[in-house]
Design a protein around this ligand. Structure first.
Ligand SMILES: *Cc1c(COP(=O)(O)O)cnc(C)c1O
Length: 378
């Protein structure tokens, strides 16, 4: 089965894990520190904070920025549920914003402006599928409205401009992301004071960690704030250090495969649209396509599955998920809903070759021909 995404794991990762086990020190040690430094350098940042997941990263960022009950945070609905969940964790209200269009399925600035109220405190941008939001436009919007700007950068690790949009960015190293530590995440934040708050609240709000107490004379610690246990461990950091070295080459393979997809889909499936332009800055996390309005998506999915090709959907809109619909049944985001009905995500990962892409596009073309036997193309 050709999967939508697949981690690249091999001998280097095995050796790195074995070295941690031999060292006898399994959590919050030198490897976590080294991983943080290396991750920060790749994003031209001074420092990074490794955590247990991107969800934890988002929670810590909102918590440290003091967002809470009574506050509203603008979020896209075309995202993974964790983006909105993190807002609910701190007691604030996620306000869902429609996308610009199916061609540019990123949060719409005009819609964001229309949904601002006196309670709006922050915006969480999502670089959907790896395609970067317009930094200048969002920075000037945030300045004009007095809003905090946060990136959910789960889809876009490894691009130097990511992490420079606003107060902080959250990254994911889950198994299906561009690089993985199995589970894991990181925060990049510009302000040193904010970083210190996040670092301390990652580990119970304690003023020093086990490792620091080992290397200093003091056995004492204090807890000066409410914290969480959102630590990363040495095994994950060791995996992360290996994966980080490979990330730039993997992102380049993804870019090349995406370019092949664009050419072949335009040639063989002209009724299918691919969001964004060829040169849009991207980490190419996903290969989303938009099927013609009349196509039966389930039949296309089944057709590809019969040919051992997995496809997925990004995303079922968060505002339509039962939990969020129960919270606020009246949200209507027509462009997000239309996109979510027609979107299909094709396999894209660095273990694929150009001939895998050809096979997918051939199968897609055959599936659409079966949908429109008379050659009618919507
Ligand atoms: C994967 C993902 C997350 C959550 O990442 P975890 O590391 O699994 O917590 C958050 N936001 C987006 C957009 C994601 O794709």
């Amino acid at each position: 089965m050709l999967l939508v995404s697949a981690p690249v794991l091999g001998d280097d990762e095995k050796a790195a894990l074995a070295a941690v086990i031999e060292s006898g020190w399994v959590t919050m040690g030198d490897r976590v520190g080294e991983f943080e430094q290396t991750f920060a350098r790749l994003h031209q940042a001074d420092d990074a904070i490794a955590v247990g997941s991107c969800t934890a990263a988002l929670h810590l960022i909102l918590h440290a920025l003091g967002i809470g009950p009574g506050d509203e945070v603008l979020v896209p609905s075309l995202t993974f549920v964790a983006t909105a969940n993190s807002v609910v964790y701190v007691g604030a209200r996620p306000v869902f914003v429609d996308i610009e269009s199916a061609e540019v399925p990123l949060m719409s600035l005009d819609e964001a402006e229309a949904k601002c109220t006196s309670r709006t405190k922050a915006v969480i941008l999502v670089h959907f599928a790896g395609y970067l939001a317009d930094r200048d436009a969002w920075q000037s919007f945030a300045r004009r409205k007095g809003l905090l700007l946060i990136e959910d950068a789960a889809h876009a690790p490894g691009l130097p401009e990511v992490g420079t949009y606003g107060e902080a960015a959250a990254f994911s190293f889950y198994g299906n992301k561009n690089m993985t530590t199995a589970e894991g995440g990181a925060v990049i934040a510009r302000d040193r004071g904010l970083r210190e708050l996040i670092r301390q609240s990652r580990a119970h709000g304690m003023t020093s960690g086990t490792r620091q107490r080992l290397s200093s004379r003091s056995a004492e610690y204090d807890v000066t704030m409410l914290g969480f246990n959102y630590r990363m461990d040495e095994l994950r950091a060791a995996l992360g250090l290996v994966q980080l070295k490979k990330l730039p080459a993997w992102n380049e393979s993804r870019r090349q495969l995406a370019t092949v997809y664009r050419g072949l889909v335009a040639e063989h499936c002209p009724s299918v649209k691919i969001p964004f332009e060829l040169r849009w800055p991207s980490a190419h996390h996903l290969m989303p396509i938009v099927l013609p309005p009349a196509a039966n998506r389930q039949r296309v999915v089944d057709h590809l599955r019969e040919r051992d090709i997995q496809t997925t959907i990004h995303y079922p809109p968060v505002h339509r998920l039962t939990y969020y619909r129960d919270l606020d049944p009246d949200v209507a985001l027509p462009r997000t809903e239309d996109m979510a009905r027609r979107e299909l995500t094709l396999p894209l990962h660095p273990r694929m070759t150009a001939s895998d892409v050809e096979r997918v596009v051939q199968a897609l073309s055959a599936a659409l021909a079966a949908e429109y036997p008379m050659g009618a193309v919507a």
